[in-house]
Design a protein around this ligand. Structure first.
Ligand code: FAD
Length: 374
């Protein structure tokens, strides 16, 4: 049976970032992906926003990794010639309650280490975005957008060039995992053919399926709080000229599962709105939402938008650890040594801001893996 040092399960942005980071030291690694191309999961179904790290509870991995990764992403984009734009973002508020939320948000962001936030008044908002209606807004200059596929291509190219070999194994599903004395047996299925290999380290970055992978090795995912709840977000595209250049967000609601329906500009100049957030039982990417509630949310800050100019566009599914009615949960990034699986690393619940965090997640995981292996 073939033996490798490391198997990464999943070629989304997180698995590929980890491969590129591990390849600095470790040349003996595979990234196993069930689809026929990279990035066919959540990594290609999101808002492609480079977040600053404002919203997340202090000292969580989400907050720490996002604040760390924001400048890393811009550096990677420059170095790798990855299309991106530092558009800046405004989070708008109308009325006393919402303005209070904005002030709280600035305090939260600052306590996370975001240093460039500013509360601006309606005049300043008008100068930046004349069509946006807001009494006040939080300005986040370091928020931007990028092309997620180019980022994934970059991580893969980087891993290949450091290794002088190709770590990527496509069209191969991990269907079984077994702990052995010094590692794991990984059973896969590719084009109907079964194939097994051994690895000293397994990194589970299987996105929406990461709880199932953890379960397969023998972890009790309910006891550990690893069960994933699928939380869908739909987007609607706007026909006609975009009414705003920047990212424009509503204030976050107390019980929201996402960040509210915001503008989602892309690098071609088109504009979408989204994503909303609702739990689903199955992975089905058809847009299920109706236009009316979307439009009603949007016109609170962009009153000129016409309902008939909105059209169902795409959707993505968040791998949430937070179940219905529960508080927000942090990423799980963990070496399962204490649970009896030394060499098994779980990445579960990597929802937003996972795209932004990917290089910082990769550094964290590589440090854990290297200190285990060497
Ligand atoms: C609606 C929405 C909007 C978002 N917006 C943003 C944003 O603007 N900014 C931001 O930073 N983040 C955003 N995110 C979060 C971000 O998209 C994710 O955190 C990130 O893409 C997760 O990447 P991943 O590699 O962990 O998962 P994935 O991209 O899902 O990759 C996992 C891979 O594992 C593979 N796989 C699964 N099971 C197996 C198996 N058994 N064998 C082999 N391969 C397997 C899958 O096919 C998949 O390719 C958003 C997410 C959603 C849903």
């Amino acid at each position: 049976m073939d033996h490798v040092d490391v198997v990464v399960i999943g070629a989304g942005v997180v698995g590929l970032a980890i491969a590129s980071e591990l390849a600095k030291k470790n040349q003996d690694l595979y990234v196993i992906e069930k689809e026929t191309a990279i990035g066919q999961g959540t990594s290609s179904r999101n808002s492609e926003v480079i977040h600053a790290g404002i919203y997340y509870a202090k000292d969580t991995l989400k907050a720490k990794l996002c604040v760390k990764a924001n400048p890393m992403i811009y550096q990677i984009c420059e170095k790798g010639k990855i299309p991106h734009k530092k558009l800046g973002k405004i989070i708008v508020g109308n009325g006393e309650d919402e303005i209070k939320q904005l002030e709280d948000l600035i305090r939260k962001g600052e306590s996370n280490g975001v240093t460039d936030l500013k509360l601006i008044d309606s005049e300043e908002v008008k100068k930046l975005e004349p069509k946006v209606r807001a009494d006040k807004a939080v300005l986040s200059p370091s928020t931007g957008i990028l092309d997620a596929h180019s980022l994934m291509d970059y991580f893969l190219r980087d891993a290949r060039s450091k290794m002088g070999a190709d770590p990527l194994v496509l069209d191969t599903e991990v269907i079984g995992l077994k702990k052995i004395k010094d590692g794991f047996i990984i059973n896969t299925l590719s084009g109907g053919e079964a194939y097994s290999l051994e690895a000293s380290v397994v990194i589970n970055s299987a996105g929406l399926f990461s709880d199932k992978i953890a379960e397969r090795i023998g972890l009790n995912i309910d006891e550990l709080g690893y069960r994933i709840h699928l939380c869908k977000g739909d987007y609607f595209s706007l026909t006609g000229k975009p009414p705003a250049k920047m990212l424009v967000y509503p204030p976050p609601l107390q019980d929201t599962l996402g960040l509210g329906i915001h503008t989602v500009p892309d690098l071609t100049g088109r504009l979408k709105f989204g994503p909303n957030a609702y739990y689903v039982n199955d992975i089905d990417y058809r847009v299920e939402s109706t236009t009316e509630p979307f439009w009603k949310d949007i016109i609170t800050y962009l009153p000129e938008i016409k309902r008939d100019d909105l059209h169902p566009d795409m959707s993505g599914i968040r791998p949430k650890l937070q179940g219905p009615g529960e508080p927000a949960k942090d990423f799980v990034i963990k070496h399962e040594e204490k649970s009896g699986f030394p060499g098994f690393f779980n990445l579960i619940g990597i929802e937003s801001p996972g795209l932004t965090c990917s290089p910082a997640i990769a550094e964290m995981v590589a440090e854990m893996v290297n200190s285990y292996l060497y």
